[in-house]
Design a protein around this ligand. Structure first.
Ligand code: ZN
Length: 276
């Protein structure tokens, strides 16, 4: 998956003493677009020597340190252009693509919290932690992480696949997915989302793996296996989904291969390989 960058590691600890050197990368976002270069197929970002000004330390990946330019005004830097964050699902090298989506998560959070939501005062960065603090009322604001589920519902040798309605570019099938709501356990999210999207009861929930999904602005996906409980007739919620179908393992085998990016893809491939 996109976060699997070993032997490298994304060290996310905030370092209040970190100061940019000329060769450190600076992530410069304008909305959902990031200033980058993809010449020769290798993703690169402008450095502090290109960008200058006030920047905030983000994280390091191996020897590479990343800072954030906390302004949405587009910059012009020779050899770099603004590209949509969706590009970084598949960009190489993988560790820089993962840095880009994690940077997007943090840039979104910083941008959304320039003012205290309680009293409206401009926030300030905490001196030690990755936290914004209101100097007037003391409110503490931590990065937003949104738990959500990816659910692979199986029925013997078949897997339930769905296709989203009203989502441009969603031509591929996916698994049931949705965000956890207030006052709900993750297991309850699994049951509710499956019932809402396809009208099925499920049993025998088994946790698989999780995946940070910065492209959505802060999702944390948790993958679950489960089996249909009782009737297997699908009733698709056409507001959210265009289609839902039980697909035999053999049909999936011809279409799906491990793309090394998403939890959804990995779970479908594991099912094909008979591991679920
Ligand atoms: Zn406040």
């Amino acid at each position: 998956m996109i976060q699997d960058i070993a032997p490298l590691h994304l060290d996310n600890q905030y370092d209040p003493a970190a100061r940019p050197t000329p060769h450190d990368f600076v992530l410069c976002f304008a909305g959902r677009k990031l200033l980058c270069a993809t010449e020769g197929g290798a993703l690169a970002f402008p450095t502090y020597a290109h960008v200058g000004g006030t920047v905030t330390y983000l994280f390091s990946v191996g020897e590479e340190r990343y800072f954030l330019r906390r302004s949405d005004d587009p910059l012009t830097v020779d050899g770099f252009s603004y590209e949509d964050v969706g590009l970084f699902r598949t960009a190489q090298p993988r560790h820089r693509a993962y840095a880009a989506v994690t940077g997007f998560h943090l840039a979104t959070w910083y941008g959304d919290n320039r003012f205290c939501g309680r009293c409206g005062t401009p926030t300030e960065h905490d001196g030690e932690l990755r936290m914004l603090r209101c100097p007037h009322c003391g409110s503490m604001i931590f990065p937003k992480i949104m738990p959500s589920v990816i659910v692979a519902v199986t029925h013997g040798d078949r897997l339930l696949l769905t296709k989203y309605a009203n989502r441009p570019g969603a031509t591929r099938f996916a698994l049931i997915a949705g965000f956890t709501e207030i006052g709900e356990t993750v297991e309850e999210t699994v049951h509710r989302e499956v019932m809402e999207e396809v009208g099925l009861r499920v049993k025998n929930l088994r946790y698989y793996k999780s995946q940070p999904w910065g492209i959505s602005g802060g999702g944390l996906l948790m993958g679950y296996w489960c089996e249909v409980d009782g009737a297997d007739e699908i009733h698709v919620d056409h507001v959210e989904l265009a289609e839902g179908a039980w697909v035999p393992r053999e049909e999936l085998r011809a279409v799906y291969h491990d793309n090394g990016i998403s939890l959804t893809n990995e779970m479908i491939v594991k099912f094909i390989e008979g591991e679920a």
